[in-house]
Design a protein around this ligand. Sequence first.
Ligand SMILES: [Zn+2]
Length: 252
Amino acid sequence: MHLLSRPKLFAVAALLSLPLAVLATASQHLDSAKANEASTPTQPEDMEQFLTAVTRDVDSYWTGVFKDSGLPEPRVSYEWIPAGQTAASACGDENGAMGDDAAAYCPGEDTLYISQKFATDIYNGTLDRALPGSSQGYGKTIGDFSVAYIVAHEYAHQVQDELGLLQGGQRPATVNIELQADCYAGTWAKSAYQENRLEEGDVQEALDAALAVGDFDAANPSHHGTPEQRKDAWSTGFQVGDPSSCSQYVAS
Ligand SMILES: [Zn+2]
């Protein structure tokens, strides 16, 4: 488990441009075999480091947004579950475990849990036949920004938690919470775009991933939004770039 900690004043630097080796020094459980693996130039050298780099970037963005609103900065921990292992979590399965399919934010623990295998499968498109949208021909998951979309979406749940949206009797329906999180993921991406930090194809990777994870089970209380709804929510955030534009998804 890692707690994000930052100097009080930090340059609004392009955190993703930090060499991965620098970030690796902060890692507590480096998988050395994996870290030494040769990789293609466009592939993150190590999924654990990539997840951390994206999380730091998203965290930096939301810290700025909260600061501008006079709010204390969001505090979040993260755990990138190694393949084949589980993490104990109050939000886990019946055994209290998060495993290879984990991509979640646990409000009670203020912690992001993402399985490294899940993230790698998203990166490679291996999960496309299992995801509700892509298995029906909607979108696909491929590339680093499809993973970044997932990270930014999960971090957005932390933002919602900080804003008090996840507790109490006034909690919006799950689909509304999820679409707002997609919209928030889009506003972060817009900030990276405006800082010239996106690569060719990144926006399409996020749009395709949002389509891929959409589902059609609107009668299910855990419905997260249809592929088109999820893509549209991310697009709204990306086009407007202002988190307040995402309030529409939870307005009663
Ligand atoms: Zn979600």
